[in-house]
Design a protein around this ligand. Structure first.
Ligand SMILES: [Zn+2]
Length: 257
């Protein structure tokens, strides 16, 4: 079968339209939103923090008693170690420094979540136990990198954009660690961190399942789109479950345990 000029042009046109539709569909997918969120955080940190002064480690898996814990970003500098938990969420956020649970609200829905600074404190402890340095040299930072906005007065270590995250990190100028300490910390972190292989991922998930009450299901993945899951409470039954962080775009849920 041979195609004449016209038919070829039509085929090219259809393929072009299909390509555009595929791209539009991908851009709307929560999976890509989640992935691009992580990508932008990594890129912005690398581009906006002076390379010689700040060592950036992404997606670190550290051992803790009875399992492992996964940390989004650890930034090592003379001004201390920044342990960063990122939250790619939308909606309005209500909470406070000492409140155990925070609330994420949408027009018609409301979810409770563990205070993310408390959740990240477990990561701070894991870093502290590995490095054996005083806690004041480790900074607990929570960065909301989605469209979520605060509706209550929030602690200063909770930031609401990647730009604010960079500004917050740069605002520390008191030297807390000397060169010798920094190089030993680098070595300890790279040796102490478990490779993010399938195996550590699986043992992490099991651990999360076992301890979801205390740890929060920090890095379980959505069965629909692969984004991070957050622990939520059903308003009527008070049952806890895992919901997709991309809600309302994705309504994936998972049972705890
Ligand atoms: Zn999802």
């Amino acid at each position: 079968m041979t195609l004449n000029q016209n038919e070829i042009e039509n085929l090219v046109y259809v393929a072009f339209l299909a390509g555009i539709l595929l791209i539009l569909w991908l851009l709307r997918s929560p999976w890509l939103k989640g992935k691009s969120g992580e990508f932008w955080v990594k890129l912005s940190l690398r581009r906006n923090l002076d390379e010689s002064g700040y060592q950036i480690l992404n997606d670190l898996t550290l051992p803790i008693r009875g399992g492992t814990t996964q940390i989004d970003h650890v930034i090592v500098s003379r001004y201390g170690i920044f342990v960063v938990e990122t939250k790619n969420l939308s909606g309005w956020i209500f909470g406070g420094a000492n409140q155990k649970t925070w609330t994420q609200t949408f027009r018609r829905k409301k979810f409770k979540m563990q205070n993310p600074t408390h959740q990240n404190f477990k990561h701070v402890k894991a870093v502290q136990e590995l490095l054996r340095i005083p806690q004041y040299k480790i900074h607990n930072v929570v960065a909301f990198v989605g469209s979520a906005r605060p509706r209550t007065i929030m602690p200063s270590n909770v930031v609401w954009s990647i730009r604010e995250l960079v500004r917050y990190i740069n605002s520390f100028d008191q030297v807390l660690l000397n060169e010798d300490e920094l190089s030993s910390i680098s070595i300890q972190l790279s040796e102490g961190a478990l490779s993010p292989s399938r195996k550590t991922h699986r043992s992490h998930l099991n651990h999360v399942k076992a301890q979801s009450g205390q740890l929060g299901a920090s890095k379980a993945k959505c069965p629909r789109c692969g984004s991070e899951m957050v622990e939520r409470t059903n308003r009527n039954s008070q049952n806890r479950f895992l919901g997709c962080s991309m809600y309302p775009k994705c309504k994936g849920t998972r049972r705890i345990g």
